[in-house]
Design a protein around this ligand. Structure first.
Ligand SMILES: Cc1cc2nc3c(=O)[nH]c(=O)nc-3n(C[C@H](O)[C@H](O)[C@H](O)COP(=O)(O)OP(=O)(O)OC[C@H]3O[C@@H](n4cnc5c(N)ncnc54)[C@H](O)[C@@H]3O)c2cc1C
Length: 450
């Protein structure tokens, strides 16, 4: 049996050359980023129906579902429920925190993407009642449905880290990109101050499921690069606290990151999970298999534990057993995204209780599948579409280079651009995709066009 390192060597040998002309040729394909993943909308006439469809959550997945359904159906009542007026392009948070994009790069308006004919209820869903087939908003509005699409995303549980105070992000060496566009920008200020002086910087990730598991790794590489650009790398110690024995869920990628960290001098402590933090003294305490371990820092990027939002956790929708039960992820079939106990309920995006898949790129695969099955119920023609776990992460390894990592449930590496982009290579073209092509593709996805 091959070790991950042998798999990696084989993959690298089989990969295309680093010829710049081939990368440039590939630029023509950029607008189609992830095209292999998307199911284009059929050209046939819209299906007539009076079905009532409620979409809980109007982020990446909810808006994408609304756009596709509004094109495919005629006469349906489609309602999207989300109190948030601002839309966040979250994959851009890392770029804001890297100092290469302004804060407003990631902020637009939810209303910009709500399709014509879809009602937007600007309120929170406060109760989900799958037996009574209705949701109730915080303002007391009852919304009966024939089909429900749960797309609430996830909750950042900062309260799970004792001593953490999100109001202090940006102060005294505290960074936390995930919190918000403002926090990503404040994290940049804190990290940049650190890169001017050096010291000890801590990185890591929470123990459970999380969105974009590559983001904490990316930020370690970005910090390393900023230190080098300021000739301060020798004055700094970077420590990555891995929550498990591995650096990434896909073994071959974990091995590549291990090699890169070794190459860049990033120290790794395995099985360390952030438990508490003293923001005044700048000391982080980690849970380890042998007890707790304290580590002082000059800069830290806190990535909080993540779980389903309260409204979902308190509903009958989560898994009741298995690895997704404790944090309230919705019990759906991993191939169809259909609820296992309530067949008229689907869950898409981060809230879906499936292995892998908590990325915007996964939304692009998941939504067309869930929508196809919902359409099948309406038309009476069973759908056959399957979500294979597609997850993608453009893993920045230094400013100007990234590795486009794409994989499925079985940890197979997927290549959207065979012959142009090799997944395990640090490439300029993958950097261009992350920094320039991804956002337009994401916006097209929200509008149901990608
Ligand atoms: C720092 C960072 C870096 C990332 N990098 C990448 C990347 O490089 N590539 C990539 O593909 N993905 C990346 N992602 C992940 C990606 O952004 C998410 O996977 C994606 O946004 C998931 O879409 P979603 O609709 O499930 O959740 P979201 O887009 O978060 O939307 C959820 C929506 O539900 C709403 N909501 C919540 N609770 C309720 C309620 N009770 N009632 C009504 N509405 C509710 C929220 O207001 C929100 O609008 C990154 C994320 C972060 C934070």
């Amino acid at each position: 049996m091959k070790t991950p390192a042998q798999h990696l060597r084989d993959a690298l040998q089989a990969s295309p050359t680093r010829d710049r002309r081939r990368f440039l040729a590939g630029l023509g394909a950029l607008p189609l980023l992830g095209a292999a993943a998307s199911a284009p909308l059929p050209a046939s006439a819209a299906v007539k129906t009076q079905a009532r469809i409620v979409i809980a959550g109007g982020g990446a997945a909810g808006l994408t579902a609304a756009s596709r359904l509004s094109t495919l159906l005629e006469g349906a009542s489609i309602t999207i429920v989300d109190a948030r007026k601002e839309h966040y392009y979250q994959p851009g948070f890392t770029l804001v925190a890297a100092g290469i994009k302004p804060q407003n790069y990631v902020v637009s308006g939810t209303g910009d993407y709500v399709p014509k004919g879809v009602e937007w209820v600007a309120d929170k869903v406060a109760e989900i009642d799958p037996e009574g087939r209705k949701v109730v908003t915080a303002g007391g509005k009852s919304l009966p449905y024939d089909f429900l699409i749960v797309a609430t995303g996830l909750e950042l549980n900062y309260g799970g880290i004792q001593g953490m105070d999100t109001a202090r992000i940006g102060q005294n060496g505290l960074g936390s990109i995930y919190h918000s566009p403002q926090a990503a920008s404040a994290t940049w200020q804190a990290m940049s101050g650190f890169a001017d002086k050096g010291g000890v910087a801590l990185f890591g990730r929470p123990a459970g499921e999380m969105k974009c598991a590559g983001a904490p790794l990316k930020y370690t590489f970005i910090t390393d690069d900023h230190l080098r650009r300021r000739n301060n790398r020798s004055k700094a110690e970077l420590i990555y606290m891995a929550q498990s024995k591995s650096l990434f869920g896909v073994p071959i990628v974990a091995e590549k990151v291990r090699m890169l960290f070794q190459d860049r001098g990033v120290k790794v402590n395995h099985e360390h999970v952030l438990q508490s933090i003293d923001l005044d003294k700048r000391v982080a305490t980690y849970k380890t298999p042998t007890g707790t371990a304290e580590q002082g820092y000059d800069f830290i990027n806190v990535v909080p534990p993540m779980r389903a939002p309260e409204v979902v956790r308190n509903s009958p929708l989560p898994w009741t057993e298995g690895p997704f039960a404790a944090d309230g992820w919705v019990e759906v079939d991993r191939e169809t995204l259909r609820h296992k106990r309530y067949p008229n309920v689907f869950a898409v995006g981060d809230i879906a209780g499936v292995p892998k898949g908590k990325t915007a790129a996964s939304v692009k695969w998941q939504v067309p599948v869930a929508v196809a099955h919902l359409m099948g119920d309406i038309s009476g023609q069973a759908a056959t579409e399957v979500y294979n776990g597609y997850t993608s992460c453009p893993l920045i390894t230094r400013l100007g280079q990234a590795m486009l990592i794409e994989f499925d449930y079985k940890d197979n590496l997927i290549m959207s651009f065979p012959g142009v982009i090799a997944p395990m290579e640090e490439l300029w073209i993958s950097w261009v995709m992350k920094t320039m092509a991804l956002k337009p593709t994401y916006i097209s996805m929200l509008r149901g066009r990608a």
